[in-house]
Design a protein around this ligand. Structure first.
Ligand SMILES: *[C@@H]1O[C@H](CO)[C@@H](O)[C@H](O)[C@H]1NC(C)=O
Ligand SMILES: *[C@@H]1O[C@H](CO)[C@@H](O)[C@H](O)[C@H]1NC(C)=O
Ligand SMILES: *[C@@H]1O[C@H](CO)[C@@H](O)[C@H](O)[C@H]1NC(C)=O
Length: 403
């Protein structure tokens, strides 16, 4: 089905190229489909051109072979070998022999939205991530960058500053999958996390062993603000993938197949595999900066069965302080039944800096919260509309009509 739809586009090779080369996630799949597309055009073309003789046919064959190279849109004017499709966040020295320069190791990325008021705690987090295994990228939502210079690790970190922007705003703009293609895992974390019982190396080895494409460390229930039961740490297990709940709004049992019972994590400390990030990045909307509702759809990016590939790691766990840098009072009010709320994004106006008065601060928080709910509705509606409009898409998680 997919193929036939794509082929129908093939009348305009430009369209075809841009659809196939830039939008589809994996290059190999792209090339296969592209190849099929080209074959189709070629056959069609040939039939029409038999009269024009051998020479033409040969020329066409040659063009067809060349088209199979599957070039990224816009790179057609360049010889293939010079096209550099991906990049990374590694800083390069200004001089040195290629051999010295070659030594690359960092294979994962820690990206956090931070404010200077959390300096100590952020520093504590960063220091837990060994610098030869992790690139560190800080998104400064309060415009304070130089203030971090006294931290030794700060010189090796990438700093991006944009005032009053959220973690998702930054991620959409600065973590394009082609830019972070090198990293096996991406930690997209909030700043108010305690990492005393968290070891990134051990965490990653568990995640790999368990095949978790999307994960989060469990929350220490004694010290954390826990919004969703599934994120609570289970003492005796290494990893858990579902939660059980009777009564209340939503029932979760062994037969549950959907979030928030299973296939779900919260958004304060997500860890993505390369493939799941590529998918997730596409799903983050440019304008919906609070990303509410995204958490419930993340399972679609889990590279298969979300009840298996999404999970919470108990053996390496964190504390979620739930600091009121933004959400404050209202945040405490979130219940397990609040639909599709991502962790309240606290990264909005640094209140001390922008609004000294407490009531002003509360107004800001209230406004942010209100906007988050509006975004949630918008996101849900966009999802519904997309499902309706895309005749080629079928829902892999669709419940079979009542078992
Ligand atoms: C840093 O974390 C600790 C707990 O680990 C917390 O009690 C403290 O409030 C945090 N510091 C700041 C400045 O928020
Ligand atoms: C789960 O499904 C099985 C088989 O359909 C059923 O026997 C069992 O009672 C269900 N369990 C719960 C808790 O609903
Ligand atoms: C908390 O929730 C209750 C009902 O769920 C609501 O009436 C109340 O206004 C909320 N409080 C805040 C501070 O949002």
């Amino acid at each position: 089905m997919k193929t036939s739809k794509r082929l129908s586009l093939s009348a305009d090779p430009k369209t075809r190229r841009s659809c196939l080369c830039t939008l589809l996630p994996t290059a190999s799949l792209v090339c296969v489909i592209f190849f099929m597309g080209s074959m189709f055009v070629a056959t069609d073309y040939k039939e029409r051109s038999t009269k024009k003789g051998m020479a033409d046919t040969m020329l066409i064959t040659e063009t067809v072979t060349c088209e199979n190279h599957c070039r990224p849109e816009g790179s057609e004017a360049l010889p293939k070998g010079i096209v550099s499709r991906t990049s990374d966040l590694k800083m390069q020295p200004l001089w040195g022999s290629p051999k010295e320069r070659k030594q690359k190791h960092s294979v994962n990325l820690l990206a956090m939205a931070v404010g200077i008021r959390q300096k100590e705690n952020v520093s504590r987090i960063v220091k837990k991530f060994p610098s030869n295994d992790f690139i560190v990228m800080l998104f400064h939502y309060d415009g304070m960058v130089n203030e971090w210079n006294d931290q030794e690790w700060s010189h090796h970190a990438i700093h991006v500053s944009a005032i009053s922007q959220t973690k998702w705003w930054f991620a959409k703009r600065f973590l394009h999958p082609d830019i972070v293609a090198e990293y096996d895992y991406i930690f997209l974390w909030d700043e108010d996390l305690g990492v005393e019982h968290f070891n990134p190396g051990r965490y990653l080895s568990i995640v790999k062993e368990e095949g978790l494409e999307i994960s989060q460390p469990a929350l220490d229930v004694a010290k954390s603000e826990v919004h969703h039961q599934i994120t609570a740490r289970a003492r005796r297990s290494k990893v858990h993938r579902r939660t059980y709940k009777v009564g209340g709004g939503r029932r979760c049992d062994v037969n549950s197949t959907s979030p928030p019972c299973t296939g779900w994590i919260e958004m304060m400390a997500p860890v993505f595999s390369r493939a799941s990030w590529r998918c997730t990045w596409y799903m983050i909307q440019n304008d919906l900066i609070h990303a509410w509702g995204l958490d419930f759809q993340l399972g679609y990016c889990a590279q298969g069965d979300r009840t298996k590939n999404v999970g919470v790691v108990d053996a390496e766990y964190i504390v979620h302080q739930g600091l009121p840098t933004l959400g404050g009072l209202e945040e405490n009010n979130i219940s397990d039944d609040t639909p599709g709320q991502a962790s309240v994004n606290k990264h909005l106006p640094d209140i001390e800096v922008q609004a000294p008065s407490q009531s002003h601060a509360n107004n800001d928080r209230y406004a942010v919260r209100k906007r988050s709910f509006v975004e949630l509705e918008m996101f849900k509606n966009r999802w519904k509309k997309s499902v309706r409009d895309d005749k080629c898409w079928s829902d892999p998680f669709q419940q079979p009509a009542k078992q």
